[in-house]
Design a protein around this ligand. Structure first.
Ligand code: ADP
Ligand code: ASP
Ligand code: MG
Length: 471
């Protein structure tokens, strides 16, 4: 039995033309594969609009959330009218969408009354974009001759109750998928599953985090023992850098699981960072392809890639960061300062993206999202109150507006000289590197620069270690 899981991101199902194009891709696939399982995102911009409606409601802006909800409704109605001829199928679909919009109004109304939105409420609202679009896409497939059914992943993916970033419980998920999805395949249907959405054991809606539809399709691929997982997006594949930052970026034809995980972790938006986890063990190949250029092969991600020695695979960036410094001569040789510092950070629930300590032990510096910076500073100051009083620690401070740039490539391992070229390129551009860290995997080097320098820095590194190598 050959099974393919195919995911379409927001832009790939974000307009009438895109939806038609995606449907044509699925029709083609159903001829080549015994079973195809589709995963869809919300129409592009809809998740943001849903979250904006919840925020407006919490802030008491009734007109704001009502207008946003009307816009979301209108966009879906117009899309449906353009996709389906007048008739029963269209009426049924319109009724389903109106029902979701009604749910959204009810949710926002209660948020408005309460004056706040909880993470749990946020997930119920955020899930509506995928729920609506799965119905739209299934109806489109059905009307164009591919018998199809929309499936809410709340029936398939079981998670913990960490709302807005839930973790799947894989054994329960596998059992649900086998029970609820396999019979549909056996009936000859092409299921259209909501990406991003999941539920707790007791059925409360959760989500897998922003961009989580990639993860959904990998989870389904694993639990169905699929032969391949294909992710359709709006660029030709995984590229050597974000094409919006580096116009000279090009598609990487092959990547290893570890390289792509490193890329996604360090900011390449093209795949959700957890996507690889479920498929690594079975070694299921993952392809990243372009909906709008379907004959282009895209990027193949598998166990091994044939990266050449010395080659850099990609450069990524993470934005909106702050660098926190804990400094003091009295820290020298005092055990436990680092442990206590990071315990204080952890109490704030902030994620530390990179750490570096100067060898003199007189300072610790690390990078966190700017949104956590104020809380983290407060928490470390509390923890170190005594040291601050005694002047063992002189200063705890943060610099905003920095970015992490990461140079990634398994071809860098055992090849001296790549970092020299990276820093040489930055030196020529007069770019100051604030901090550096090399991953223990030895195939990534991360550095911190100011946001102001970041674009120039990525372009300079790309020109030196990617463009020159290709020639
Ligand atoms: P989708 O909705 O299809 O999941 P996303 O917007 O989440 O699409 O991700 C695709 C976008 O990621 C591309 O349009 C591109 O701008 C951006 N991107 C950032 N880094 C990279 C990279 N290294 N390779 C390809 N795309 C990247
Ligand atoms: N629609 C969700 C988001 O915008 C999930 C996704 O697109 O993958 O984050
Ligand atoms: Mg995405």
């Amino acid at each position: 039995m050959s099974i393919l899981t195919t995911k379409f991101g927001g832009t790939s199902v974000g307009s009438v033309e895109a939806l038609q194009q995606a449907a044509a891709i699925i029709q083609d696939q159903t001829h080549n594969w015994e079973h195809v399982v589709v995963v869809v995102s919300a129409m592009s911009g809809v998740t943001n609009a849903l979250l904006a409606s919840a925020k407006a409601a919490a802030e008491g802006d009734e007109k704001g959330y009502t207008t946003t909800i009307d816009d979301i409704h209108y966009r879906h109605q117009e899309t449906i009218r353009a996709l389906l001829p007048k008739g029963d199928a269209r009426t049924t679909l319109e009724t389903k969408i109106s029902k979701f919009i009604q749910d959204l109004r009810t949710f926002c109304h209660s948020i408005h009354v309460m004056g706040e939105v909880t993470p749990r409420g946020t997930d119920s609202i955020a899930s509506l974009g995928e729920r609506m679009n799965a119905r739209v896409f299934a109806a489109l497939l059905d009307s164009s001759g591919t018998p199809s059914i929309a499936v809410d992943a709340t029936e398939l993916i079981v998670t913990d109750d960490h709302f807005m970033d839930a973790a799947p419980l894989m054994d329960l998920t596998r059992a649900r998928i086998q029970k609820n999805l396999l019979p549909l395949l056996e009936k000859g249907l092409t299921p259209v599953v909501t990406g991003f959405v999941s539920a707790t054991k007791t059925g409360i809606t959760t989500t897998l985090g922003r961009g989580g539809s990639d993860y959904t399709s990998a989870i389904l691929g694993d639990c169905l023992d699929a032969d391949e997982v294909w992710t359709y997006t709006d660029v030709d594949g995984v590229m050597t850098a974000d094409p919006r930052i580096v116009p000279a970026a090009r598609v990487v034809p092959e990547l290893s699981y570890s390289e792509v995980s490193e890329m996604a972790y360090f900011g390449a938006k093209v795949l959700h960072p957890k996507t690889i986890r479920p498929i690594i063990e079975r070694g299921i190949p993952l392809w990243v392809k372009n909906t709008f250029n379907p004959s282009f092969p895209g990027t193949r991600i598998a166990k091994e890639s044939n990266t050449k020695a010395g080659m850099v695979t990609a450069i990524t960036t993470i934005r909106n960061l702050s660098i926190v410094n804990v400094e003091g001569r009295g820290m020298l040789g005092v055990p436990g300062i680092a442990a206590r510092t990071f315990a204080a950070v952890a109490r704030e629930g902030a994620s530390v993206l990179m750490i570096s300590q100067s060898s003199s032990e007189q300072s610790i510096c690390f990078i966190i999202p700017t949104e956590s910076a104020a809380g983290v500073l407060r928490s470390i100051e509390e923890e170190m109150a005594l040291e601050l009083m005694r002047r063992d620690i002189d200063r705890i401070w943060a610099q905003e507006d920095v970015e992490i740039l990461t140079v990634i490539g398994s071809g860098m391992r055992d090849t001296p000289g790549v970092s020299a070229r990276v820093f040489g390129a930055l030196g020529r551009e007069n770019i100051n590197v604030i901090a550096i860290a090399q991953g223990s995997s030895e195939f990534s080097i991360s550095m911190v620069v100011t946001a102001e320098d970041a674009t120039r820095a990525v372009q300079a590194i790309h020109a030196e270690v990617v463009e020159k190598n290709g020639k």
